[in-house]
Design a protein around this ligand. Sequence first.
Ligand code: B16
Ligand code: MG
Length: 219
Amino acid sequence: MTNKKAFIFDLDGVIVDTAKYHFLAWQKIANQLNINFTLEDNELLKGVSRVRSLDIILELGQVTASQEDKNKWLTQKNEEYLTYLVDMDQSELLPDVLTILQFLKKNNQPIALGSASKNARPILEKTGILSYFDAIVDGNDVTNAKPDPEVFLIAAQQLGISPENAIVFEDSVAGVQAANVAKMISIGIGDAKTLHEAKYIFEDFTHIETRFLENLIRK
Ligand code: B16
Ligand code: MG
């Protein structure tokens, strides 16, 4: 196999399940503000930037706030979130993530991260997979959030691969839409109903066979 494709991975919900930690950290802020914030509400925040996440929570509670207060809560939320990352290690990788990364590396395929998170690097380091990534594009590098394709376009560009030859693994609807807008091959990881706009959908990486990846590379 000599063809090269860009394989771009989202982080939260694809590589690790950090949504549970985001939830606990946001819930602390919501409690402080007397806003009822449930696990179901947390679904609205997947793939969404930190700033937009706070706005969604404030909208849920019909709370208006000054920019100063918002900044304070954003800092507080991140400090709380970071406490959950302290003990993170390779055991937090979602099933078969490592197998897929190893397969792609063995086949000389360029790999990038395309995430909204500003905490992406420490998470890749702690889970021991940083060295697999040829490019890392995260919330620190983009101005437009998904469904804008910016994060994936920059990732493909950094890998030196054209968008049509890029493959994106995503767990959020906005992320799948961003990949589609970029004219990349979108692969939804998660619920088929929710991610129906994706070109291919798998419940998780354990359902992706080597043959499927080989075909993607050959195309
Ligand atoms: P941070 P992804 C996203 O990551 C999360 O899904 C989303 O819930 C979070 O608000 C966002 O990162 C920002 O994260 O506060 O760490 O900068 O799914 O795009 O990898
Ligand atoms: Mg995600």
